[in-house]
Design a protein around this ligand. Sequence first.
Ligand SMILES: *Cc1c(COP(=O)(O)O)cnc(C)c1O
Length: 368
Amino acid sequence: MSTTERTPGRPRAAVADLPAYRPGRDAQQAEAEHGITDAIKLASNENPEPPLAAVVEAIAAAATGVNRYADHRATPVREALAARLGVDAACITVGSGSSGVLHQIFSTYVADGDEVLFPWRSFEVYPIYTRLAAGRQVDVALTADLGVDVDALIGALTPATKVVVVATPNNPTGVVCPTADLARLAAAAGDDTIVVVDEAYREFAPADGDDAVRDLVGIHHNVVVTRTLSKAQGLAGLRLGYAIGHPGVIADIDKVAVPFAVNALAQAGALAALDNAAAINERVARIVAERTRVVDTLRAAGWWLPEPAGNFVYLPVGDAAADLALALERVGVVVRPFAGDGVRITIGTEAENDRMLTALASHPAVGR
Ligand SMILES: *Cc1c(COP(=O)(O)O)cnc(C)c1O
């Protein structure tokens, strides 16, 4: 087939204009490109430890039943989450990762010209989903400390704002947005505007800190909290995320779900992970301890970095981001650059973090 031939079909303008999604590079790509071996990937905020044995066993057991459709509503998972969160099961929906849940939220609320408001820089998916829905992106800058500027968000609300999205801890900067600020935002937004609080990294934030489900859901009915089993539970490849919100909002979000989006293996694995919370908490504690060690080491070396509350750290090196990421990749440490802004580095195992710190030590620290 000739490549000069016209591509058949007429994609919607929103799709035709969309750049193709570029995922983080993996270790094998870096090895092939730079002629190295034993590269490590600290680029996608994955959990460095393999899944718990109980989770693998549950997935394997469920594999023998995949000739059948799974429970479309994933009822046992919703009920297990509801019991653990102390909310009614009608307040919970599940999706193919929290990216899947976010996609459902955008499909439910955003159409031609509707405004979607979020801080920037934040999760790459928000602008993509906004464009895909033919919505209008309205973004506000982060604060000097790379946290969320809630007053600026409130100031940017208009009658056309359909959805506001705030990630806390924010990706890629790692900074937490207090729920007291989110409550002010939700009150200012009002019931015609959905305020999504993306808590993909909440398990890594201080345990005695805020909790968007406890502090916001049930009080501000326009708030939807999204969470995932991809990060703390280490099930990124399995795809299960969930949302907690007002039952009416949840019912609306459920309407646009792809049938059977949460597959049988994901449901089985998720239930096993939820049943093994103590073991998961130990893993989270190890990552948090490593994060502290990494941050202390970098700050002692003169780096300025925003206060991290996720399973990653962020070096706001500005225009040096792409070059720094490439230099690290050449020595087998694959990190995530955001061109012109900074470099995000996932907390890995102790040995992986040591390699990363050693690699960074040959670069001049960037202070404030
Ligand atoms: C990783 C991430 C998610 C979701 O990941 P899923 O694997 O789709 O659940 C959502 N929000 C943010 C901010 C993330 O970094």
